[in-house]
Write a protein that binds this ligand. Structure first.
Ligand code: NCD
Length: 310
C-alpha cells in the first residue's frame, strides 16, 4: 500500500512492508539530511494539540521545518474557539481549509478517527486518550531495529502503567506485526493491560507473560520499555495515590541484565527511572526521542509526496 494522502490513525493501518518503507526513508534522510531540505516547501502542517505535549508536537514541527514546510498550531483548548463553545467538528473543518495535513492529539479515544472522517487533508493521530499513538510506536520500533537489526526473536518487556498508557497499547499492536520471541507485561496488579488488549494478543498468537515484579524477569530481556503512571487518566484520585511511586528502575535492578540490554521510555519520565540510570550504556530513551525527528520527516514526505520523489 502507498501512504500517499493516507491518514495514520492506528499502527494497525500499516503493514510490515509499510513500516519497512518508512524506516528506509528515515535512514535515507538521516544519511543525507540535505536531501530533505526543500521537499515540502509550500506545504502547511497544522499541529492540533487538545492535550499537552513536548516531544510529539515539537518533533512534528521540527520535522516539517527541516523539510522546508510551514507549521500552524495550537497547544491547548483554552487558546482556541472551543473555549467559546465551538465544536471539535467545526474546528477540524477550519484546519482542513487552512492546511495540507493535520496532526491531532486529544484526550478522547477516537478523536483522530473522527477528525479523519471530516477532513479531506490527511490526519495523523498524535495520541487519542489511552488508545493509540502510532508515530511514537514507529519511533519505538525503529529504535529497536537500529539496536538489534530486527524485532523478530527478541524478548521485550513493557513495564509500568499498562492500563492507561496509549504508547504501551500501540507498541503491543506494533510488535504484533512482527514476531518477537516473547512479550513480558510487568505492572502493579491494578495497572495490568485491559482485557481487550489481552484478547487481541491472544488472537494474534503473540506469546506473553504477565508479572508484578520486574526483578524476576529482567535478566531474560533484550528491551525494557518503561512507562510513567498516566495520572491524568485515572478517574479515581485514590486509585492513583495507591500506586504512585510503586515502581522504579534503579542501578541495583540492572546487575544481571544481558550485555546488549536496553531501556526505552516514550518520555516524559516522572520518577520511574532513577536519574543514575541515565549514565549507563543501557539507557536508550534520549536516543529514542531523537529518532522522533527523522521518523516524522519520513512519514510526512511519504504522506504528502509519495515515495517517487526520493
Ligand atoms: C507519551 C504520550 O503522550 O502518550 N508521550 C509521548 O508522546 N512521547 C507518553 C506519556 O505521556 O507517558
Amino acid at each position: 500500500m502507498t501512504l500517499y494522502k493516507k491518514d495514520l490513525i492506528s499502527i494497525n493501518d500499516l503493514s510490515r512492508d509499510d513500516i519497512k518503507k518508512i524506516f528506509e526513508v528515515t535512514d535515507l534522510l538521516r544519511e543525507n539530511i540535505r536531501k530533505g531540505r526543500n521537499l515540502l516547501k509550500g506545504f502547511v502542517l497544522t499541529n492540533a494539540f487538545f492535550e499537552p505535549s513536548t516531544r510529539t508536537r515539537l518533533s512534528f514541527e521540527s520535522a516539517m521545518l527541516r523539510l522546508g514546510g510551514s507549521v500552524i498550531s495550537f497547544s491547548s483548548v483554552e487558546a482556541i474557539s472551543i473555549a467559546k463553545g465551538e465544536s471539535f467538528v467545526d474546528t477540524i473543518r477550519m484546519l482542513d481549509a487552512y492546511s495540507d495535513i493535520i496532526v491531532v492529539r486529544h484526550k478522547y479515544e477516537g478523536a483522530a478517527k473522527l477528525a479523519a472522517e471530516i477532513s479531506e487533508a490527511p490526519v495523523i493521530n498524535a495520541g487519542d486518550g489511552r488508545n493509540q499513538h502510532p508515530t511514537q510506536t514507529l519511533v519505538d520500533l525503529y529504535t529497536i531495529v537500529k539496536k538489534f537489526g530486527k524485532i523478530d526473536g527478541l524478548n521485550i518487556g513493557l513495564f509500568g502503567d499498562l492500563k492507561y498508557a496509549r504508547t504501551a497499547n500501540s507498541l503491543l499492536q506494533g510488535l504484533a506485526i512482527f514476531n518477537p520471541s516473547k512479550i513480558f507485561l510487568i505492572s502493579p496488579p491494578t495497572l495490568k493491560i485491559r482485557k481487550e488488549i489481552r484478547d487481541l494478543l491472544n488472537l494474534k498468537g503473540i506469546k506473553f507473560e504477565e508479572h508484578d515484579d520486574v526483578s524476576e524477569v529482567i535478566s531474560e530481556l533484550d528491551v525494557l520499555y518503561v512507562l510513567r503512571i498516566q495520572r491524568e487518566r485515572f478517574s479515581d484520585p485514590l486509585e492513583y495515590e495507591k500506586v504512585k511511586g510503586s515502581y522504579r528502575v534503579t542501578l541495583d535492578l540492572l546487575k544481571d541484565v544481558k550485555d546488549d540490554f536496553i531501556i526505552m521510555h516514550p518520555l516524559p519520565r516522572v520518577d520511574e527511572i532513577d536519574y543514575k540510570v541515565d549514565g549507563t550504556k543501557y539507557a536508550y530513551y534520549f536516543k529514542q526521542a531523537k529518532y522522533g525527528i527523522p521518523i516524522r520527516m519520513a512519514l510526512l514526505t511519504l504522506i504528502l509526496l509519495g515515495e517517487e520523489v526520493l
